[in-house]
Design a binder for this molecule. Structure first.
Ligand code: COA
Length: 145
């Protein structure tokens, strides 16, 4: 498994992971434009054939803060440390930039992700009512750096 930055040719692979894991569809151009804003914040985990199997897309919308906008690993590659590789590298890059904290949102029903984030010392700071388009509540979680 290798970690690298996002390339335009990754778009269909990233979109497929998003569709399956996050049940969302985003404009394909979103990935390229967010990558241009903070290239080091968009991490791709690729297999031996350089095909993306997971990614973490971070953005910087609040001063000295990073927000994890999307984070997912392909179903067949979960529980093998890919998520940890991505999150470890992301937190390092945030510290390199002098950020004070990172935030994210997660569905209240997503026990797997909440457990993962809790292990990474994220904690719930807010309940976001009807945050998701299907009406589900979200938690906002944060971690100081
Ligand atoms: C959350 C997610 C990215 C984690 O990725 P992953 O590659 O499976 O995570 P890792 O294999 O690196 O797991 C890291 C640790 O969390 C634990 N963990 C991960 N998934 C777990 C699960 N379902 N149950 C229990 N522990 C779990 C692992 O045991 C591992 O612990 P270890 O380091 O002691 O072995 C992945 O489950 C995913 O893509 N989920 C669907 C999309 C999603 O929900 N994204 C978050 C939206 S906010």
């Amino acid at each position: 498994m290798s970690l690298r930055g996002y390339r335009d040719s990754d778009m269909p692979f990233v979109a497929a992971i998003v569709a399956e894991a996050l049940h969302e569809h985003y404009e394909p151009s979103l990935y390229g434009s967010l990558s241009a804003e903070w290239p080091q914040g968009f991490l791709i985990a690729a297999d031996a054939r350089d095909v993306p199997v997971g990614f973490l897309l971070g953005v910087n919308q609040v001063e000295r803060e990073a927000r994890v906008l999307m984070f997912a690993v392909d179903r067949n590659h979960r529980m093998q440390g890919v998520g940890a590789l991505l999150m470890d590298a992301f937190l390092l890059r945030c510290r390199d930039r002098g950020y004070r904290r990172t935030t994210l949102e997660v569905r209240v029903s997503n026990a797997t992700a909440i457990r993962f984030y809790t292990r990474y010392q994220y904690s719930v700071i807010d309940l976001l009512r009807a945050y998701y388009s299907d009406g589900e509540n979200g938690y906002q979680m944060a971690r100081d750096l």
